[in-house]
Design a protein around this ligand. Structure first.
Ligand SMILES: Nc1nc2c(ncn2[C@@H]2O[C@H](COP(=O)(O)OP(=O)(O)OP(=O)(O)O)[C@@H](O)[C@H]2O)c(=O)[nH]1
Ligand SMILES: [Mg+2]
Length: 340
């Protein structure tokens, strides 16, 4: 299945919860009036987009409807999509770590998908030809190391681990030494699930960070917060809480497939000002996509998403391997696909 089809499929529940409601307003309203706006606003807020962001989206929508003299409700549908997308714009290169030696620390509460995401990310980076080391700095949970080792093998990455219960910072020290000795491009660090308000665990993260700064001063550093999109507002508050204690450079939103609360991507990106860098759309190794707001909105608002998948597959197969801006192997969604 092509990336865009996969994204559409992954967003089907979120689409049901937000867009089908919005569309009944767009297709059902006879004119653009206060009721029309109120109904859309309510659906966006209920769809986990957040009050502040929704207000800004609505202001923008109203202004454009006025300026462009739009009279038909349906004509403003595209404007709404653009208004949401505009709020999600980010600046700078979010994937700098693909271009220079980098260490990526992956953090989050229990069970959100940290270890799985590391496996998927490792596979993407390996497909870019990067030399990847994965460090098992979750020495706390039983079998965490074994689980990670499976992902290291699957993605053909090197693996550095310690003993159960060993100080995670010392595993990171070993991994950093290995990274220097073996000329590695990317060091991925898996950490134990933790609550941001557990002081000893947060101190442990601080210690890991100090080891990284001391041992790999020339490496670009990323701290990615993993949150489970199915938890909606909780995902937002977790990302917020972690970002207050660590220097977060991005969020990874997992389990988009099966979640009706994918709207939280908009809230995280706009309210916390931390870019969503990847979304998880399944449990398999290829089920991690770079987050592209344009593709996200297009997929979410796709009118016939549920019945045109077969058609889409044919298109995807017909596409030449090197035809897109970004190849499938990158796990990224290209703008071209997004605009399809
Ligand atoms: N459907 C779906 N499941 C996912 C996704 N990402 C992770 N999972 C599943 O979520 C479960 C937990 O994943 P882990 O990677 O073990 O989570 P973790 O954060 O490392 O958990 P702890 O180490 O216990 O804190 C597993 O069953 C994964 O297969 C996703 O994008 N979609
Ligand atoms: Mg884990």
């Amino acid at each position: 299945m092509g990336l865009f089809s996969k994204l559409k499929q992954g967003l089907s529940k979120t689409r049901d919860s937000i867009v089908s409601g919005i569309d009944s307003v767009f297709y059902g309203a006879s004119s653009i009036d206060d009721d029309f706006y109120d109904e859309i606003e309510e659906i966006l807020v209920m769809g986990d987009i957040g009050i502040n962001t929704t207000e800004k989206i609505m202001e923008d929508l109203k202004e454009r409807v006025r300026k462009e003299h739009i009279k038909e409700p349906l004509e403003s549908r595209r404007l709404l999509m653009e208004s949401i997308e505009k709020r999600m714009e980010t600046e700078g290169d979010l994937y700098e770590f693909e271009k220079k030696p980098s260490v990526i620390l992956v953090i989050g509460v229990n069970g959100v998908g940290k270890t799985t995401t590391i496996g998927k990310l490792s596979a993407q980076l390996r497909s870019l030809g990067k030399n990847v080391i994965i460090a098992a700095a979750d020495t706390f949970r039983a079998a965490a190391k074994e689980q990670l080792e499976v992902w290291a093998k699957r993605s053909d990455a090197q693996f550095v681990y310690g003993q159960d219960g060993q100080d995670p910072a010392s595993v990171v020290f070993d991994a950093a030494s290995a990274a220097k000795a073996r000329g590695c491009d990317i060091l991925l660090v898996d950490t134990a699930g933790r609550l941001h308000n557990k002081k000893n665990l947060m101190d442990e993260l601080g210690k890991i960070n100090r080891v990284i700064d001391r041992e790999l001063p020339d490496f670009h550093k990323e701290s990615l917060i993993v949150v489970d999109s199915a938890t909606g507002q909780n995902a937002l508050s977790q990302a917020k809480a972690f970002s207050e204690t660590v220097d977060a450079t991005g969020v990874i939103l997992t389990k988009m497939d099966g979640s009706a609360k994918g709207g939280i991507a908009v809230a995280i990106q706009t309210q916390l000002n931390i870019p969503v860098k990847y979304i998880g759309v399944g449990e398999q190794i290829e089920d991690l996509q770079k987050f592209d707001p344009k593709a996200f909105i297009e997929a979410l608002f796709d009118r016939n998403a549920d019945d045109d998948e077969a058609e889409d597959n044919e298109e995807d197969e017909a596409m030449p391997e090197d035809g897109g801006e970004v190849s499938e192997d990158d796990g990224a969604v290209s703008k071209d696909e997004g605009a399809k």
